[in-house]
Design a protein around this ligand. Structure first.
Ligand code: CA
Length: 228
């Protein structure tokens, strides 16, 4: 049974989410501040975190950064500011998904399911995918390029994994979004461009001479076919 940590300082909202998550078959824990969340994070090792950005004391971003230092667990961020969403997904730490407040608890549970399903599905992939000098360990969720490790967020990894699983095949932005998030959000396809840009930059840092991902104008992206 997956363990979900709900970090939300509004007590009523936190309780409602707990109730919905429990009813959906998850174990749920609550934290009402960043410091409390870090304690639970370390002692209980949750499988997924729902994180309100606006917290007393330590803010949500700082907290996410702290948590990601020790383990790479999916984070769903909640924010009241729609204009922050693009910035959130573009951030280095990469929220795996986000919800904008006010949200319905049912919607949040659906996102939780989708993010966890994505994690389960990627386990059916071959253990190691390779493309040229690039290798992706799909169990460890780690990427290496010419022996050097490339730090990718879970979302970036999901997209790159889909691309590399079938070199030469074009995937639409919507498919990439689904692969990475387990569900699609129309209107947010351009967020894929932000993620792909981040992936490209990271691969380029490790291997400046090679292009791994090609843009197919008007359609989407594909991994370049290349010889070993
Ligand atoms: Ca709050």
């Amino acid at each position: 049974m997956s363990l979900i940590l709900v970090v939300e300082d509004e007590k009523e909202l936190n309780k409602v989410l707990q109730a919905y998550l429990t009813r959906a078959g998850y174990r749920a824990l609550s934290a009402y501040s960043g410091h409390e969340a870090l304690r639970v994070w370390e002692s209980e090792k949750p499988d997924l975190v729902i994180l309100d950005l606006n917290l007393p004391g330590m803010d949500g971003l700082e907290l996410a950064r702290e948590m990601r230092k020790t383990r790479d667990v999916p984070i769903i961020m909640a924010t009241a500011r729609v204009d922050e969403v693009d910035r959130l997904i573009g951030l280095e730490l990469g929220a795996d998904d986000y919800v904008t407040k006010p949200y319905s608890p049912r919607e949040v549970v659906a996102r939780v399911k989708a993010v966890l399903r994505r994690g389960a599905r990627t386990q059916e992939m071959p253990a190691v995918l390779t493309l040229g000098k690039l290798s992706l360990d799909t169990n460890a969720h780690s990427a290496k390029l010419g022996g050097a490790s490339v730090e990718l967020t879970p979302t970036e990894f999901g997209m790159l994994q889909l691309l590399v699983s079938q070199p030469g095949r074009v995937f639409t932005r919507l498919q990439l979004l689904e692969a990475a998030q387990g569900m699609s959000y129309e209107g947010y396809e351009r967020s894929v461009d932000v993620h792909v840009k981040n992936i490209r930059r990271k691969l380029k840092d490790a291997d400046p001479d090679q292009q791994y991902i090609e843009t197919v104008f008007g359609v989407g992206y594909r991994a370049r076919k290349m010889e070993l």
